[in-house]
Write a protein that binds this ligand. Structure first.
Ligand code: NAD
Ligand code: UGA
Length: 323
C-alpha cells in the first residue's frame, strides 16, 4: 500500500516512515522543514529515508490549502494517511502562539480535506497529545476523562484538532483515529525536548534545570513502541467500530529526576541540577491508561526507560560527534 506521512522529517515521522518502509510499504513523506529546531537534523532524518526504495518526499506546508488540495489529486494510490506534521512543544506555545494555530488547527483541517479527496482512503491516523488531559488528577488518564481544561495553547490546538476530526467523522464518515502520544523519546529525538536538553547540559557541564526539583512525572514512551502502535492502528479495518481517540503511552509514570539518573548512568557523567518552579504550561503528572489501544490493536509497550534511555544516549553521543 501507499501511505502519506506528514511530518516525515520529524522525530516520530521518521520512525513511522522507517517502520512502514521496513515492511515493504511505499511512503510519500510531506514536511515543510520548518526551522523551529535544527533543520540539519531534519535533513539527516530525510536522507536516511530517501536512501531507501519506496520513499518519495514532497516539501510542502500542510496548512497551505492552495498547495495541498491540488496535491491530493496527484495521490490517488494513497490508501492510508499518518498525519504527524505539527508545531510541537508545550512551553514554546507561550512564545509563538500563531505558529501553533496555523500548523495544528489550520494544518489539521487542510489534511482532513486532503483525506476527503483521496479516492482510495481507508484510514487516517493523526497525532494528538497527552497534553489534552491538562491538569486532570484522575490517574491513569483514560479516553473517557474530561478534556476541557488545556493548560497550554499547544494542548488547546491539539484538542481543537480532535474536535474538528470528530465533526468530519460525523459529517463525512471519514475513517480516522487520533492517537494521544505520551512524551516520546529515543534516537533522532527533538532538541527542544528534555532528554536532548538534559544530555547536552550534562555533557557540556552546564546545569540541568529541573522543574519542581524533578518531581514532575511523565509517562515516557519509547519511539519504537509509538511507531509500532501507529502501524497497528493504521492496519485496523476501516469499519468504524474502533474508538476514534486512543492513548498511546508506556503505562508507567516516572519522576523526571529518575529519568535524569538513568541518563547520567548511560552517559557516564553526573548532572549539575538546578531546581526551578514548574511553568504554568506543565502538569504535575501524565500517565496513560492503554487498555483501549491494547484491546483494539494488541498494543503492548516493550521498552522501559532503563532500556530506552541508554539507546537514546548512545545515538545522541554519535550525533554529537558528527552524525
Ligand atoms: P517534530 O517537530 O520532530 O516533527 C514534526 C514535523 O512536522 C517536523 O519535521 C516539521 O518540520 C513538520 N511540520 C511542522 N509544521 C508543518 C507544516 N505546517 N507543514 C508541513 N510540515 C510541518 O515533532 P514530533 O515530536 O515528531 O511530533 C510529531 C507529532 O506528534 C506532532 O503532531 C506532535 O504534536 C505529536 N506529539 C509528539 C509528542 C512527543 O513527545 N514527541 C507527544 C505528543 C504528541
Ligand atoms: C512532550 C512534547 O514536547 C510535546 O510535544 C507533547 O505533546 C507532550 O510531550 C505530550 O506528551 O503530549 P513534555 O512532556 O513537556 O512534552 O516533554 P519534555 O519537554 O521532554 O519534558 C519532559 C519532562 O521534563 C516534563 O515533565 C517537563 O516539565 C520536564 N522538564 C523539561 C524539566 O524539568 N526541565 C526542563 O528544562 C524541560
Amino acid at each position: 500500500m501507499t501511505v502519506l506521512v506528514t511530518g516525515a522529517a520529524g522525530f516520530v515521522g521518521m520512525h513511522v516512515a522507517q517502520a512502514l518502509l521496513s515492511r515493504g510499504e511505499r511512503v510519500v513523506g510531506v514536511d515543510n522543514l520548518t526551522p523551529y529546531y535544527d533543520v540539519r537534523l531534519k535533513r539527516a532524518r530525510l536522507a536516511r529515508l530517501e536512501s531507501q526504495a519506496g520513499f518519495t518526499f514532497i516539501e510542502a506546508d500542510v496548512a497551505d490549502r492552495g498547495v495541498m488540495l491540488p496535491l491530493a489529486a496527484t495521490q490517488s494510490e494513497v490508501t492510508r494517511v499518518v498525519h504527524l506534521a505539527a508545531q510541537p512543544g508545550v512551553r514554546h506555545s507561550l512564545v509563538d502562539p500563531f505558529a501553533y494555530v496555523e500548523a495544528n488547527v489550520m494544518g489539521h483541517l487542510v489534511m482532513l480535506e486532503v483525506a476527503r479527496r483521496l479516492p482510495r482512503l481507508e484510514h487516517l491516523v493523526y497525532a494528538s497529545s497527552s497534553s489534552v488531559y491538562g491538569g486532570n488528577r484522575k490517574l491513569p488518564f483514560a479516553e473517557a476523562d474530561r478534556v476541557d481544561h488545556p493548560v497550554s495553547l499547544y494542548a488547546a490546538t491539539k484538542r481543537s484538532a480532535e474536535l474538528i476530526s470528530e465533526s468530519y467523522a460525523h459529517l463525512f464518515g471519514l475513517p480516522q483515529t487520533g492517537l494521544r502520544f505520551f512524551t516520546v523519546y529515543g534516537p533522532w529525538g527533538r532538541p527542544d525536548m528534555a532528554p536532548w536538553m538534559f544530555a547536552d547540559a550534562i555533557l557540556s557541564g552546564r546545569p540541568v534545570t529541573l522543574y519542581d526539583g524533578g518531581r514532575l512525572k511523565r509517562d515516557f514512551t519509547y519511539v519504537d513502541d509509538i511507531a509500532a502502535g501507529v502501524l497497528g492502528c493504521l492496519d485496523l479495518p476501516p469499519d468504524g467500530r474502533a474508538p476514534r481517540l486512543l492513548n498511546i503511552g508506556n503505562h508507567r509514570s516516572e519522576e523526571v529526576r529518575r529519568f535524569v539518573e538513568v541518563l547520567e548512568t548511560a552517559l557516564g557523567r553526573r548532572a549539575i541540577v538546578v531546581d526551578t518552579p514548574r511553568p504554568p504550561t506543565d502538569v504535575e503528572e501524565t500517565f496513560a491508561d492503554i487498555s483501549a489501544i491494547q484491546a483494539v490493536c494488541g498494543f503492548v509497550p516493550s521498552t522501559p526507560i532503563d532500556v530506552g534511555v541508554p539507546r537514546f544516549a548512545s545515538w545522541y553521543l554519535s550525533w554529537r560527534e558528527g552524525g
